[in-house]
Design a protein around this ligand. Structure first.
Ligand code: CA
Length: 245
């Protein structure tokens, strides 16, 4: 998505026809996933082993991988690391399936390049919505690829070339760092950013920036967004995300 704005929009049903690989060793859950995702029109391949998942990804290049973290043998994080460190597969989005209490693994996975995660137990409806959101983001729809493009959600308007943010039409007085933080997250709504990813993006991975200072920035940003502050959501134990409605 570059240069000309005249480029034809992608087919709206693109995400419905996507081919998914589900990596899950619990048979009941694998069946549930296959049933619900097939019903949505996705092409679904399932496996219960990490090693096999990597072979399938290399052979078939699915559009998205749903990856359980707790697998026998090669676990989900190892699979994620292998896929994300291989140029041939790094571009394929990975959505992790995790159990409660695995937040530290989620953070590791996100920092390896996984796109999202879903905590078990989950509702199939929520799962499908999240997968579609990841597919849309990955296709460039629902994402502002052009970093100078204005972003306008219900209450919040971001005007990059003026470094300006308006809430309900009123200018919010953000620092340069707060602006960068909001803009980065708003360009990928729904995406969870870990504190380390935020530090890297804001400060180029530099020096003495702590997790705590990210929290302080977010706190200050929220204060300045006033009644619209709930667009910046805390994801417990993991990080932050921008969610409009
Ligand atoms: Ca498992």
């Amino acid at each position: 998505m570059n240069a000309t704005k005249k480029a034809k929009p992608k087919a709206p049903d693109q995400d419905v026809k996507a081919r998914l690989l589900v990596v899950e060793d619990e048979q009941d859950l694998q069946d549930l996933l296959r049933y619900n995702l097939t019903r949505e029109g996705f092409g679904v391949t399932c496996t219960d082993r990490g090693e096999q998942a990597i072979r399938i990804v290399n052979d078939r290049q699915p559009d998205l991988i749903v990856l359980d973290l707790m697998l026998p043998g090669m676990d989900g994080l190892e699979v994620c690391r292998a896929l994300k460190s291989d140029k041939g597969t790094a571009h394929i989005p990975v959505v992790m399936l995790t159990a409660k209490g695995e937040e530290s693994d989620v953070v590791i996975g996100l920092e390896m390049g996984a796109d999202d995660y879903i905590t078990k137990p989950f509702s199939p409806r929520v799962l499908v919505a999240r997968l579609k959101a990841v597919l849309r983001r990955n296709a460039g729809n629902g994402t502002s690829e052009d970093d100078q493009e204005q972003i306008h959600h219900e209450r919040i308007q971001i005007i990059p070339d003026r470094h300006e943010v308006r809430v309900d039409g009123n200018k919010a007085d953000l620092t340069a760092t707060e602006f960068k933080l909001l803009h980065m997250m708003a360009r990928r709504p729904g995406r969870v950013f870990t504190r380390q990813q935020i530090i890297d993006a804001l400060h180029g991975g530099m020096a003495a920036v702590t997790d705590r200072s990210v929290d302080v920035q977010v706190l200050s940003l929220r204060r300045k967004l006033g009644e619209a502050s709930d667009v910046v959501q805390t994801v417990r134990g993991v990080g932050y995300r921008y969610e409009d409605g």
